[in-house]
Write a protein that binds this ligand. Sequence first.
Ligand code: ZN
Length: 227
Amino acid sequence: MWKESLLVVLSLVAFKEICDGVHIIEGLQNDHVHNHWKNIDEGGSMNSVDAKACPTIVTRADWKARTPRDRYNMTTPVPFVVLHHTDMAECFTYDDCCKMMRYIQDFHMDFREWDDIAYSFLVGEDGLVYEGRGWDTVGSHAPWYNFRSLGVSIMGNFTTKLPNQRAVDAVSSIINCAITNKKLDPDYVLIGHRQATPNRTCPGEALYKEIQTWPHWKPGDHFPPKH
Ligand SMILES: [Zn+2]
């Protein structure tokens, strides 16, 4: 049943413009810049953070992540948080969210052909934070911002409904954790993905309205500067 629903999701996302669908080419570009930082063995980044100041973070080992094809070091603290939804199924239990993490990683690596799952961290409606690329690795979730942001994605589609409070609290918690551990500038700017990339609907209309009430959200379009 799970596999069937995954197939349905896969075909849906394959034929509609999804949250991060613009990054097929941009993601590849992002993933192949700065290769002098190449060091796949440094994939696990949680060791460099004081766990006492952080929420429970489900590590890559916990959710049985694949090894990234490659990774590029990100200089921290970063000045931005880019919030996403995955535009895929929601998950409410540890087991389902771990399965979803593996599914999203497979989709991003095999279909999008990125090096790894796109985001820095993901959040489930089980209230847990799931390690994506982690603190110190450049993401593949929003061009230009990939090198200077934490990409946080709530699992689900939040176009017409909001994520539950546990997920919202988890986002707040990972942001505070990032500040405490000097991975994020205390004066950070929060934006929705649609503010970073033209013609996106991410993080969904309902959630986008909600984040406008959150601390540090900044209005307007912050598209990459023209060089
Ligand atoms: Zn997005």
